[in-house]
Design a protein around this ligand. Structure first.
Ligand SMILES: [Zn+2]
Length: 67
């Protein structure tokens, strides 16, 4: 799984505090990416959904492959 930092001009509420942010933590596996909005700093660092992201992505693939 690849995890990286992305910034966008599109603001979304931070998953931790709800304040608008253009910073996203991106989890990518097998060409599927999940973008989680989180403020830079503490909130960005406290967001850790790697295991859930991996589980969701494999479920998405399974469902998609079923047609
Ligand atoms: Zn925040």
């Amino acid at each position: 799984m690849k995890i990286w930092h992305s910034s966008s001009s599109e603001s979304k509420p931070c998953v931790v505090c709800g304040k608008k942010t253009g910073t996203y933590k991106v989890y990518e596996q097998t060409n599927i990416a999940l973008k989680i909005p989180a403020c830079n700093g503490d909130h960005y660092n406290s967001v850790d959904v790697k295991e859930m992201a991996a589980a969701s992505i494999s479920l998405i693939k399974k469902v998609a492959m079923r047609g």
